[in-house]
Design a protein around this ligand. Structure first.
Ligand SMILES: [Zn+2]
Length: 463
């Protein structure tokens, strides 16, 4: 069973079926992934390629080609930091029990843990565990910060090209995070002579090495080489530019707002039906049983493309009916909104944040809903501005909490983990948003129904 996933530029999702006692540890694990990806050249480039893989085959090929060179060290670091963190917070007996539990629960993670016995075997106190976890993360940053400017990306066209290039003896220590990680761990924790080459590798450490802007620029430059002659180059670079650039403040608890609960092990498959005609789409929507229009979010780099959807269920089939079109300045979107009789749910806050006054005039049925399918951590400021002086509530469910906030008949809702409530309370003080009981929240039952539909139609990544 999957407990959670770090979804690169889309944050962390955590399974709603997870045991409560596991949440804190699982979050630490995924947060370690997110940090080491974001603060390294190799990690950022990987996330950029992943973000563009949806639109560009070359990006997908390179992403899949690079993955084997960082996946092992990523898991070794994440599982060890997870357990070391447990030790520093709860002490040695809890740590020993967590190791035993891991052995029972997940053999492959247990092996990743055991492989670093030269590190975790030195734990004799909570304080030692904390120091070792820090050191381990720093080794990971070093291993993942390869010099991308030395890679001739123009020539790497297939997964085989990547393998051939990285695995050359003169390249593997320079460009494979897995190998670099092993080398540094051996150098620091094991007294053997295999780490001869390390001093030349450490020479490239200077004060700029961990500079986040330098890291981002270097990944972007590599990407520019990859997209030479690509007709989508400008769009793809624009999409990638958001990776790693928006820094997440590392305040206490922010990992909880980076996380969304989701049923990861739901086997229900979504079907998609694409419609190509505006009238056909509207007629079918208006005669569907629920008559709810979903306005999908505009994707960065493809802001001029708009997709709309409505959902239907027949027997066990869940069908997403999609209509996509080119739309400058939302002209067509507004025309369609004007012809819709039912409710409207916007995905993501961005479009409504800019256009809520226009939309409010056109849409016939209020409230207008906004569903956040991305982590709230990135949108606190916008929520505080848009809902300034409004009210919010938490609707408690068995496996998750629905957060809902309202002002002037615009309602935003999102799924959060229970532990995030306290963090969010603090963040919403800035917008003077008032907390009220769920029973007093307008349309609270409809929010719950819509939330369940939206959560069911989450795309599950094939990974
Ligand atoms: Zn992991």
């Amino acid at each position: 069973m999957d407990e959670a996933e770090f979804r690169y530029s889309n944050g962390i999702v955590i399974d709603t079926e997870i045991e409560k006692e596991r949440i804190e540890d699982v979050l630490k694990h995924e947060f370690t992934h997110s940090q080491t990806y974001a603060k390294s050249t190799f990690g950022q480039l990987f996330m950029m390629l992943d973000k563009n893989a949806l639109f560009d085959e070359r990006s997908r090929i390179l992403r899949d080609g690079l993955f084997p060179y960082l996946s092992r060290m990523q898991e070794q670091v994440a599982i060890n930091v997870e357990l070391l963190n447990k030790c520093s917070k709860e002490g040695i007996p809890a740590y020993k029990k967590a190791i035993e539990d891991l052995k029972m629960r997940n053999n492959s993670y247990y092996n990743h843990f055991r492989k670093l016995c030269c590190i975790n075997g030195r734990v004799d106190s909570g304080a030692a565990a904390e120091t070792l976890a820090d050191l381990l993360e720093n080794i990971a940053y070093w291993a993942l910060n390869v010099d991308l400017s030395q890679i001739n990306f123009e020539r790497l066209k297939s997964e085989k090209d990547i393998k051939r290039f990285i695995e050359k003896p003169e390249n593997i220590m320079r460009f494979s995070p897995n190998k670099r990680f092993d080398l540094m761990v051996n150098h620091i924790f094991r007294n053997n002579n295999k780490s001869d080459g390390i001093s030349t590798l450490i020479e490239d450490l200077d004060e700029n090495f961990f500079d986040i802007e330098r890291i981002h620029d270097e990944a972007m430059k590599a990407l520019e080489k990859i997209y030479v002659n690509n007709p989508l180059k400008a769009r793809l670079l624009r999409r990638a530019d958001s990776i790693g650039a928006v820094g997440i403040p590392e305040t206490e608890g922010v990992d909880k707002l980076l996380t969304q609960p989701m049923n990861l092990n739901d086997s229900n498959k979504l079907e998609r039906v694409f419609l190509s005609n505006e009238d056909e789409f509207i007629n079918q929507l208006n005669s569907s049983s629920t008559r709810i229009l979903y306005v999908m979010k505009n994707l960065r780099g493809f802001e001029d493309i708009q997709a709309l959807a409505f959902r239907s269920e027949e027997n066990d089939r869940k069908i997403n009916h999609i209509f996509g079109f080119q739309d400058d300045n939302h002209k067509i979107l507004f025309r369609i909104l004007n012809r819709i009789e039912g409710k409207v749910v916007f995905y993501n806050i961005n479009l409504m944040y800019k256009e809520w006054k226009s939309v409010r005039k056109i849409v016939r049925q209020v409230p207008i809903y906004i569903y956040m399918d991305v982590p709230l951590a990135y949108y606190i400021e916008k929520i505080n501005k848009m809902f300034f002086g409004g009210k919010y509530t938490y609707i408690q469910e068995e496996k998750k909490t629905i957060f809902a906030v309202e002002k002037k008949s615009i309602v935003l809702f999102a799924n959060i983990v229970k532990d995030a409530e306290e963090v969010l309370d603090g963040k919403l003080e800035m917008g003077k948003i008032r907390k009220i009981p769920p029973a007093d929240f307008p349309n609270n039952e409809e929010v719950t129904v819509l939330d369940h539909i939206c959560a069911q139609y989450e795309e599950k990544l094939p990974r």
